[in-house]
Write a protein that binds this ligand. Sequence first.
Ligand code: XUL
Ligand code: CO
Length: 448
Amino acid sequence: MADGQIKVDGDPVFKGIDPIKFEGPDSDNPLAYRYYNKDQMVMGKRMEDHLRMAVCYWHTFCWDGFDVFGGGTFNRPWHGAANDRAAADAKMAAAFEFFSKLGLPYYCFHDVDVTEESATPNELSNNFKRQADRLAAYQEATGVKLLWGTANLFSNPRFGAGGLTNPNPEVAACAVRQVRDCLEVTEALGGENYVLWGGREGYDTLLNTDLDRELSNFGRFLAMVVDHKHKIGFQGKILIEPKPHEPMYHQYDFDSATVYGFLKRFGLENEVHVNIEPNHATLAGHSFAHEIATAVSLGIMGSIDINCGNYQNGWDTDQFNLDVRDITLALIELLPSGGLDTGGFNFDAKVRRQSSEVEDLFHAHVGGVDALARALLSAADILEKGELAKLKSERYAGWENSDLGKLMLSEGASLESIANKAAESGLNPSHTSGRQEMLENLVNRSLK
Ligand code: XUL
Ligand code: CO
């Protein structure tokens, strides 16, 4: 390494906290896994391989508790007085100690999360390359892998009107450069995906926005990202992370269905997948399960940023998701399609601002990990019992079994031929119960 040796087990930050272990549901240790037993086989696969969990760098190591009404509350030991190189290095040491103590296989980062404050794009590019070498050394030393990397195209004031969709070509070129650098670093670190979250790709008012031009530019630059991926031999998936708004009033990547339409328009639907986040789904007026089912159905399912909002407000509160039932409902949609391929469950979630001690970071992740494990066990129970699948196939059986269903789906069927058939046969069918409450009870009976 160019800048001296990293110290993987030197100066631990989380001294008083032992590595988190599986102790089973009866444990009274608050910092133990009760359900996440990584080697336990579930539906023929190890739990760890189903869930592929990742810790996110930004909420857990960068955020200091700042909100729009007040400054930082956390006073993390790795936060220096300034965001300089020493602080960036201390943060990285703490991050890998944390990943290792949790025993999770992956992490995710933005370029600016792992670097010190950079005054210019040139500085950022150089700082990032230096830090990438350090990340490689930590990965090697700890065995923790990179689920995905992403370029932050929203924090620097120059990105106020967007990155790849900025009205100013100079800003867009800087965004392209950051994506190129971050894609290459992600590839070099063995990252399994590359994410684009278009936080500021959208608009605050149409009065100053050429929507048509911005979307065309977005499609053009995304095609270049895909070309570059192939050029450098990156084996991972390119993912777009849908979100309808916040920080922009309207974001172009509104939800999975909108992203699909956009990809289709630019011929990228077989190249780009989605990174779904439950809190973003609720902001778009959807359930988490809806977004998963839509992405699976459209063949663009990629990865998941696991978190949730709350029922009392409409913000992206990025809380740790402890709702076993909600995650189970999403897994029922995901698992039959083969589950996560290169994707994973990334904890894009933050502790509350009053949870100011580093121990709180462990409680939050332990809870989030166990909620995922419980949901996996619950979904597996439901799927293995097979009642839902049986009832669903019975509900649609007419399309396979009846002459009418077959005729309607046959080649040559037309609006006229079907309408005539209905008229000739004097069809007057009655409603059949959807049995929703029975099915909901069935789900609840399997919750672990
Ligand atoms: C913002 C969000 C981001 C992306 C990465 O709502 O989810 O953290 O996941 O840029
Ligand atoms: Co996210």
